[in-house]
Design a protein. Structure first.
Length: 660
């Protein structure tokens, strides 16, 4: 094709002209090539990231499901077009393949996933620093970035993108080694942080996130605490734009002004003019436990309320009590396994005391982390600075001697009794009611015109296995798959092998087995399966817009976690209303009241918005609310006491919501 001198000059001008950093023209070539359905808030966020050439970075904090990946993709595309190609993406390991695929499919950007295998192969091929890539964006997990931080420091990255950046929010804590190592490694590079929940537990998390970008925004930790953190709870004022609660108006204004240059947040209610979000339709499935189940629950509750327990680590008593209650509510199989681990632990403690005459009991029960996959995240969320200090003191003080052995033996006997009761329960009432709930849920989705797809969430791997067996025996045998942190069951392996064969000549295969396996499972769910039985591993990062039935088999007490789960399906691109199923134990007053709060006060299960920022803000954080609920379970013994405590909590929430 021949062009005139005039056209050549015009094209040269278009290619070389400079635009203001926040001008739409800056993104014009990027926008014309992107294979995405762009929305105004996404373009605004991308331009915000370019707003100040002197800025060290930005936080994109849109609510769940509004397309932060697309916003980041626009920024990456522009950097790539400007030939700034030293780019690193640090993401949860579960999201590596998704990022790899979306960059290629939507923005035509090449990327490489670095993990142990590909890293070592690159070195064998002659690249002594595999993070040094000339023609590909580097994608790696948080743990890999921490392990290879010395390599990252050697590359002059022109942009570092961190997805689900709230995982680094506790970087200010000396105990958070991964966050601190990553922060140190990327200190000198421009950064883009993506998170739907910039605040989860306390204002200190905002300090942590902003310090990743620039240590000088709020000064040191002590200054931030003095200015913002130490204030009375009754004076809270909520700001939906930034997604946080902040006491006292003058402090609120100062905090907001300091955050404005680096943080932008869009809410679902702000985009209804051009995005047609679907509704949420709730189904409540009641169930009545058997006498055996009630005996187990009452016995375990009484046990957990005892002032002194040897089976639980002294420094994490509150946290372990929460987890045991969760597993107890999940299934008899989940709690039986954990009780077995507690019995074994007491046997080892007694043995240790007899050997040395003294022992410190800080180990978690055997197999707990494999059963309760959310353990690491829960520990991180629940333990704040004060609790860390208390933990250290507790470790120093709480030593057991020969005098404790009779009490240890008595406690072991109680646990063995509860374990035997749990093992004798083969049919779970909640499990039996699941079959009814599935039928009702599929009927409603059919009426709405949606595909026959359901994602079923549980907090326990052992409960997941139980549900697999239950559904397999109830007519769903060839229509289900598991999704968890390891995905090492035989069906998942078979799905992966078939997926590799199917895509052997395509660019869908990244070379990272764990990332490709998750992609294979999501593809199989979309094309073949009807039900995905998932742990919390599926509550973050994966997109399931093709599914419109969410079943909370186990219901978290943290509203933000529930919102994350539902947000996998109820998000931009969903074409049908989303049906949300929850189970309520009608014999348990506390369970009933928790569900009422989540349903009526947080509006989690119905309407367009789900848990709005304003209502979530009224409780300061999901973790704070979870702790309040746990305290009621732990302190109240009668139904009257439970109702009185929940009435007080609800009245407090009503007042907070009205203030907002």
């Amino acid at each position: 094709m021949s062009i005139t001198d005039y056209h050549a000059k015009y094209f040269a001008y278009e290619l070389t002209k400079r635009c203001a950093s926040d001008s739409l023209e800056k993104l014009s070539s990027t926008l014309s090539n992107a294979q995405v359905d762009l929305n105004p808030h996404q373009i605004e966020a991308a331009l915000f990231a370019f707003k100040s050439p002197l800025s060290k970075g930005a936080i994109l904090a849109d609510e769940v499901g509004l397309g932060k990946t697309i916003e980041a993709g626009l920024v990456l595309s522009q950097k790539w077009a400007e030939r700034k190609r030293k780019i690193l993406l640090i993401v949860p390991s579960s999201l590596r393949k998704q990022w790899n695929s979306e960059l290629q499919e939507k923005f035509f950007l090449p990327s490489i996933i670095l993990e142990a295998k590909s890293f070592n192969q690159s070195i064998k091929d002659g690249n002594l620093n595999p993070f040094n890539q000339e023609n590909a964006i580097v994608i790696c997990s948080y743990h890999f970035a921490k392990a290879k931080s010395s390599y990252i420091k050697q590359i002059p990255f022109e942009l570092v993108v961190i997805d689900e950046a709230h995982r680094l929010r506790n970087v200010y804590k000396t105990s958070n080694k991964i966050a601190r190592e990553i922060k140190d490694a990327i200190q000198e590079y421009p950064k883009l942080l993506l998170t739907a929940t910039p605040l989860q537990n306390s204002l200190l998390e905002l300090y942590g996130l902003t310090s990743i970008i620039d240590d000088h925004i709020f000064g040191d930790l002590n200054s931030f605490k003095a200015n913002y953190a130490k204030v009375s709870r009754e004076q809270n004022i909520y700001d939906s734009e930034l997604g946080l609660v902040e006491p006292r108006q003058e402090m609120f204004s100062d905090l907001r002004n300091r955050l404005k240059p680096i943080c932008i947040r869009t809410l679902r209610r702000q985009v209804l003019e051009y995005i047609n979000f679907r509704d949420r339709k709730p189904i409540t499935q009641d169930y009545v436990p058997t006498e055996q189940e009630i005996e187990l629950y009452d016995g375990m509750s009484e046990y957990l309320q005892q002032p002194k327990l040897y089976a639980l680590p002294f420094s994490q008593r509150q946290l372990m009590t929460l987890i045991l209650r969760k597993l107890l509510a999940s299934s008899s199989f989940a709690i039986a396994s954990t009780l077995n681990g507690l019995v074994y632990k007491l046997e080892k403690l007694e043995e240790e005391i007899r050997k040395k005459s003294v022992a410190i009991n800080e180990e978690l029960p055997l197999g707990l982390e494999e059963n309760y996959e959310g353990l690491t995240d829960t520990v991180d969320e629940w333990i704040d600075d004060k609790e860390e200090d208390d933990d250290e003191k507790g470790k120093q003080k709480k030593k057991y001697t020969l005098e404790d052995i009779p009490s240890i033996q008595a406690e072991k006997k109680d646990l063995e009794k509860f374990r035997d009761i749990a093992k004798a329960i083969f049919k779970n009432s909640k499990g039996e009611s699941l079959l009814i709930a599935l039928e009702e849920g599929f009927k409603m989705t059919a009426t709405l015109g949606a595909h026959k797809k359901a994602v079923l969430f549980t907090e326990s791997r052992i409960t997941q296995d139980y549900l697999w067996k239950l559904l397999s025996e109830s007519g769903y045998k060839d229509k289900i798959l598991l999704f968890n942190g390891s995905n090492n069951d035989q069906k998942s392996k078979d799905i992966y092998v078939d997926w590799l064969k199917k895509n052997k000549d395509s660019d869908k295969i990244s070379g990272s087995k764990t990332a490709d396996l998750r992609a294979a499972l999501v593809d199989y769910f979309k094309s073949d399966a009807e039900i995905m039985i998932a742990t919390e591993a599926a509550a973050e990062g994966i997109n399931l817009q093709f599914c419109s039935l969410v079943i909370n088999y186990d219901l978290p007490w943290n509203p933000q976690r529930i919102e994350q789960r539902i947000g996998r399906c109820h998000r931009y691109g969903q074409k049908h209303d989303v049906v949300v199923v929850n189970f309520v134990n009608r014999k348990n007053a506390a369970d009933r009241r928790v569900y009422e709060l989540l349903d009526q006060k947080f509006q989690l299960f119905k309407g367009v918005f789900g848990a709005s920022d304003e209502v979530l803000g009224s409780i300061e954080s999901g973790v704070d609310f979870e702790k309040r609920i746990a305290a009621i379970y732990q302190s109240c013994r009668t139904e009257d006491e439970i109702n009185t405590a929940f009435d007080a909590l609800q009245a407090e929430m009503d007042e907070s919501i009205q203030k907002n």
